[in-house]
Design a protein around this ligand. Structure first.
Ligand SMILES: C[S@@+](CC[C@H](N)C(=O)[O-])C[C@H]1O[C@@H](n2cnc3c(N)ncnc32)[C@H](O)[C@@H]1O
Length: 388
């Protein structure tokens, strides 16, 4: 499709299915995405996909985010006309334009000066005025423009920086893709008068990670060439031993229903990563796929969640759907993993959207019960939301 107006209308129509409200839909209808992606075909600009826009050493350091994820986050952010909004990760300037269209006074910062220069050109081409663009490390926020009613990161963070909390207006909302036990979650936190950040909504997401001061530790460790592991904060499993066990598959304990890609990232897989100490999410590339691993196909390779024991491990497998024991003591790990799967069912099969996260500064008392996640600057407690 080469007609931008028709392609844009098609994208807006598609965004209705992600539960977008009328104001956010109108913003997508009013701001032409292709003006923020010059040089890309119209069909690419209006597909519901992220478009890499900056590649350094083969790795994307910037992209125009996937429109449906942007729409979900704009709903999470709950921007109202007149709000002062800080966006960290200006990128192409497209999200800043949508925020401006929603009536916000927008300050948008990016660590990459060249991207800020092109974002300014894109905003001008789209006729969007009034966005205060800055070059700098968003880990520090933008103190001279604070306080903000809303702070949104469009780039993944490992921690909650105290600068962001300090620059929020009373009752303000901080929305960010946050690493929680190896999973990235888009969390909208409201700042309470008691200084506690309480999540209003949580969604699964996958963003490029912060560079600079907020980069945080590596989220992914290599197990062997083509195999990577997402390990929870504070855990240090022996990945070489794990790889050896995975070469020795044992029997499968069946579980109900198929296991699909989404189950490894959200729902069951997320639950296991959050609630089970020592759980590891494992990804293999297509070429490095271990023969007969039976992990869950992702389109790019396979994935699973592994629970290591003292002398073996157990992993979710798709064919047949179940829990496969690996290594000499794999049966005990498989029995433990089966109990954890039952725990997820007993809790009502929660997904990301069913989680509630509280955050306080590192070392402060936690006003709730759940899985505790310790970061450098913050302490989180994660638990299933109590259903009304
Ligand atoms: C997914 S892109 C943002 C997309 C953008 N919001 C848009 O609408 O096109 C993430 C951006 O975060 C920027 N970034 C990474 N680390 C940063 C930091 N410490 N401070 C500010 N920006 C940063 C990257 O340069 C990149 O442009």
């Amino acid at each position: 499709m080469t007609d931008p107006a028709r392609a844009q209308a098609g994208l807006v129509e598609a965004l209705r299915t992600v539960g977008c409200g009328p104001a956010v839909l109108q913003a997508f209808a009013d701001v032409p995405r292709h003006l923020f992606l010059p040089g890309h075909p119209i069909a690419v600009a209006y597909a519901d996909d992220a478009v890499p826009t900056r590649i350094v050493d083969g790795v994307a350091t910037s992209s125009a985010s996937q429109p449906s994820m942007m729409a979900i986050m704009l709903e999470q952010l709950a921007v109202r006309p007149g709000h002062r909004v800080l966006e960290i990760g200006a990128g192409t300037g497209y999200n800043a334009a949508l925020l401006a269209r929603l009536g916000a006074h927008v300050t948008s910062i990016d660590i990459d000066a060249e991207l800020v220069r092109t974002a300014a050109a894109h905003l001008a081409a789209a006729g969007v005025t009034g966005v205060d663009l800055r070059v700098g490390d968003g880990a520090l926020g933008v103190p001279d423009a604070a306080p903000f009613d809303r702070i949104v990161l469009t780039v993944g963070s490992w921690d909650l920086r105290p600068e962001w909390v300090a620059q929020l207006a009373p009752g303000g909302r901080l929305l960010l893709p946050l690493t929680v036990r190896g999973s990235q979650l888009s969390v909208a936190f409201d700042l309470g008068a008691d200084g506690v950040l309480r999540s209003d909504s949580v969604r699964g997401c996958a963003f490029i990670r912060l560079q600079g001061l907020g980069a945080g530790p590596d989220a992914v460790e290599e197990l062997r060439p083509g195999w990577s592991a997402q390990v929870a904060e504070g855990a240090s499993p022996d990945l070489a031993v794990l790889a050896d066990w995975l070469d020795a598959p044992g029997p499968v304990t069946p579980i109900d229903g198929p296991l699909e890609r989404a189950d490894v990232w959200d729902g069951l897989g997320l639950w296991l990563m959050v609630t089970v100490p020592g759980a590891v999410r494992l990804l293999t590339s297509r070429t490095a796929e271990p023969p007969g691993s039976w992990f869950v196909p992702t389109g790019h390779g396979t994935a699973t969640v592994v629970l290591p024991g003292p002398d073996g491990c157990a992993a979710l497998v798709a064919d047949p759907p179940g829990i496969r024991a690996f290594g000499p003591g794999g049966a005990a790990a498989a029995a433990r993993l089966a109990g954890c799967v039952q725990g997820w069912r007993n809790a009502g099969r929660p997904h990301a959207a069913d989680l509630r996260i509280l955050a306080v500064p590192a070392g402060a008392d936690l006003p709730a019960v759940g899985a505790v996640v310790e970061k450098e600057f913050s302490r989180l407690v994660v638990a299933p939301r109590v259903r009304a």
